[in-house]
Design a protein around this ligand. Sequence first.
Ligand SMILES: Nc1ncnc2c1ncn2[C@@H]1O[C@H](COP(=O)(O)OP(=O)(O)OP(=O)(O)O)[C@@H](O)[C@H]1O
Length: 376
Amino acid sequence: MTLALRLSAITHRHPCATGATLTDVDLDVWAGQMVAVLGPSGSGKTTLLRVAAGLESPESGEVLLDGVDVSGVPPERRDLTMMFQKPHLFPHLNVLDNVAFADRLRSRDRTSSRVAAQRYLDLVHLGGLGRRRPRQLSGGQEQRVSLARALAAQRRVMLLDEPFSSLDTGLRASMHRLMDEVRATLQPTIVMVTHDLGEAELADRVAVLVEGRIEQVDVIERLYAAPRTLAVARLVGGFNELPGRIEGGVHHSSFGSFPLPGEVESTGPSILVVRKERLELAPLGTSPTLTGLVVHVRQSGAHQDVVVALEHQGVAAGPRITVEVRLGSTLRPGDRTGVRLPGAHGLWAVADTESAGSATAQEEPGPRDRVSLRGA
Ligand SMILES: Nc1ncnc2c1ncn2[C@@H]1O[C@H](COP(=O)(O)OP(=O)(O)OP(=O)(O)O)[C@@H](O)[C@H]1O
């Protein structure tokens, strides 16, 4: 596989901003693949795309296209195209000529650029709308035309900045299906920024950006199963958190001692992060791992989330954990219940940097006071 785009050690600071917007960001994008940059609002996603496109200059670091440093190359001469949340179609051109525009810029003759544009319009299922003006299109159609135009430009890398976030749920789902089709047909190289986990699932790999730093680059399944940091776990969502400490591959807390999978190798303060769908409610008589009081039962999509305040020394004042129940629950708030944790293969732990930070003031933590992931 060829490395199409590499962002190497990018640090960026906006003029007048107090801190850096991006810090030491590395990102590799292989030809034909799609990488999603997932992060909360303000984490620096758009700035990262703008640096790649040459619309912002980083304080340090390099942007390489096919191995060539393009840091000094202006945006219009970089082999990249950008697609935004708003389509930005040319209002005075019809749909076909909007899509043919990049070819016309490359001095291709009108007829053959229109023939090529028609193929891209067919690909986005708007083959019959070539003669319309952009104002005669719906929002979803405009975004399809915008996608066709970006594809027709045939640039090395497409940079998509939350392109579907202004569409309603149904249209967004149909754009996601279209992206799958387009990727299967043309294998474009794509970097797409999004704050939507469902959208990130379209990509081959997801780079999680939090406060300007890449916290993890992984396939989506690993983000669900093995987040590297608490920030990643919280962004992905659906994790319960039990603070404690790891010693010898076992997580210890006032709620018990739980062996961790072999790849979690650490000592020190750490938080057991357990997915809500991996927990089970268990009757009290069956020696459950934990006990607690139901405080809330709510519908979550097709499932129910049962929120349980854990008991510690007979008082239900511990952390609240959520158990996802697929078949519905007869439990009601105020009921006492047991909860069973999965075996080691379903458990994961991340460094508790907040506790580790506060420990520094009282005691000097040892050099091994962090969670590291063997083989991750
Ligand atoms: N031109 C600018 N000057 C100063 N600060 C800026 C500028 N543009 C963005 N910022 C700041 O940089 C940070 C990152 O902004 P950016 O737009 O890259 O984040 P984002 O993750 O794309 O956010 P969103 O998802 O809300 O679009 C924010 O704190 C923002 O306020």
